[in-house]
Write a protein that binds this ligand. Sequence first.
Ligand code: FPP
Length: 264
Amino acid sequence: MLHKLIRRKPERQKQTLEERISHSKNEHIPSHIAIIMDGNGRWAKKRALPRVAGHHEGMKTVRKITRLANDLGVRALTVYAFSTENWKRPKLEVDFIMRLPEEFLGKYLPELIEQNVKVVMMGENETLPKHTQEAVRKAMEQTKENTGLVLNFALNYGSRAEIAQAMQKISQQIQLGTLDYTEVNEDLISQHLMTCDLPDPDLLIRTSGEVRLSNFMLWQLAYTEFWFTDTLWPDFDEDCLLDAVESYQKRNRRYGGLKGEETN
Ligand code: FPP
């Protein structure tokens, strides 16, 4: 009897992926999305697979998410593929990750070109294995004129090192007398970072339930909206990206100020 008295909420009809995409496109799309792709090891462990199997599956997620981000009209997608701290991992795992850009670009560069995606990289290039450098260099060269999504691989990247390097470049100019110290401001610092050609991220996503920045884009994330999810990176799919984008679209970004009606 009781069940007759409880008024059931009508079940919201589940939107198809296409409907969600077209709905999102009508709203404000984040220009730059940055992703800390975490949880590959745990994904593999849950399946009794070696950790590297998780990284391999994670590579396929990069392909899926790049395609959708481009389709949505996102201007730049930065993916944290390897940090300056990740060298501490077992050699076998490091060697495997260092082969992934080659495999990824070997398999998917033709479709990235077809999608008008421009591949770029930020991080310390010189200490990467030669084969990794070469794969990335080739992809950057072949896509440099593309005008669609910028796919930015953070590879051997550490934000503190990036900031320190920017400070060195600026100090050198002051020492040479080509710059006065009073000219050092926020814009000048931004121009000396590895992201000088990109806008600051509007949305940061970190997967796998970890809630930290791990030395990622510390300067650039000052006013970024954060989205954390328990989903492990290899399981992160188009619906997950749309969840993050839809949440972003509902937010009220104030940059430390007030919004219109609140100013009275
Ligand atoms: C963190 O998960 C993930 C990494 C350090 C590597 C990320 C790399 C990829 C997703 C593949 C990159 C793809 C290309 C195309 C270069 P974790 O190993 O720390 O996971 P855990 O916290 O579960 O152990």
